[in-house]
Design a protein around this ligand. Sequence first.
Ligand SMILES: *Cc1c(COP(=O)(O)O)cnc(C)c1O
Ligand SMILES: [Zn+2]
Length: 437
Amino acid sequence: MDHVLGLKCVLCGAEYALDEVDYVCPRHPGAQTGPPPSQTGGREPGPGGDEGILDVIYDYRRIGRRFTRAGLARNRDYTIWRYKPLLPVRPDSPVPPLTVGWTPLYRADTLAATLGLNQVWIKDDGRQPTASFKDRASAVGLVRAQELGRAVITAASTGNAASSLAGLCASVGQRPIIFVPATAPKAKVAQLLLFGATVLAVQGTYDQAFDLCLAASREYGWYSRNTAYNPYLSEGKKTAALEICEQLGWQAPDRIFTSVGDGCIIGGLWKGLRDLLALGFIERMPRLMGVQAEGSAVLYNAWLAGTEEITPIVPTTLADSISVGIPRDRIKALRAVRQTGGEFVTVSDEEILAAMRALARGMGVFAEPAGATAYAGLVRLAHQGRIRPDERIVVLVTGNGLKDVDSAMQATATAPIPLEPTVEDLRATVTRLGLSH
Ligand SMILES: *Cc1c(COP(=O)(O)O)cnc(C)c1O
Ligand SMILES: [Zn+2]
């Protein structure tokens, strides 16, 4: 892996060789090996988290010699692995067979018109193999685990990271052990179980499931696919930014909207964009727009307050995938927004439901609540007149609506029209509803 120089701590700047550390910077208290929370009376994570997340550092000079825009144009591999020379895996490592990445980027003129904008694109990551953006990260995490020869992979998740890991593991015969809050939506749990994962349903919050999973990883040596703990996940997530720029002919958009829970997606997008700038593939940095639910707005609050410290909350939003009280990737997320001149935005659950309706009816894209949240953020800013009509806007849809059918039913605010199985009632109904012309 001569294209990777090492790992760098986002808190203290310490640098490590790839084989020196598996996860976080060992210099910070959160990284200490300790007994599971159950044996310490339930250790609460410190405010703001105390883990030194690592960032993968590349040798862009070396990469630039063998990885070019022209080479990509000839590459017929339409998956995230077309960017393998820019990912932290060995060039000859086998990759899972599922098609991860290269999701469609739709030009959404009808939606744009309703917002008074000219150029809006929707990138539909509900089209990933397990129907969420998380497949990008799971795929890279899985390849790393296999490079290290680890038998078991573990993850804590609000649902999608887990079902994603389980699906990718199933595709290569790897064993996943998953921690989810017992309240995770049924479809996501169904995916997990059907993929054959061992599922531990924690009678508590996602944040508690996360801490238990870390404890298990330390105690049993299971490979951890935990957000903002495993440094390779952001690298998988960055592939969405690489795709967006390539799909737009290397003309970077003005803004990219994404929903934010832990902050790993937005941090990953920023990483991908920095890679492309360093390689000279794009000329300017888009503004990264992080959209949070009002009931789960910890990073928005920190951004407003001008700090990198966070105040944990008990989150309340129907967008379960971004219902996070202690955002684990706070540093990368806050820097992604601040250093690109972006913004954080909050939206209500009502606005999220309205965005689900708009995406479905104006573009035919069926999003889960967290998947439609980015679009809700764009709607809010557009209505406030804070987006110029000529700005080139990309909105990420991060998860498929089939993941959470109860919320979809809540969003639709319509019901099927009952019909007797007779032609008479058909005629009466068509006339009553004025459908005949
Ligand atoms: C995980 C997830 C998010 C949020 O990603 P973070 O990295 O936690 O900010 C958004 N939408 C969906 C559908 C997700 O599964
Ligand atoms: Zn450090």
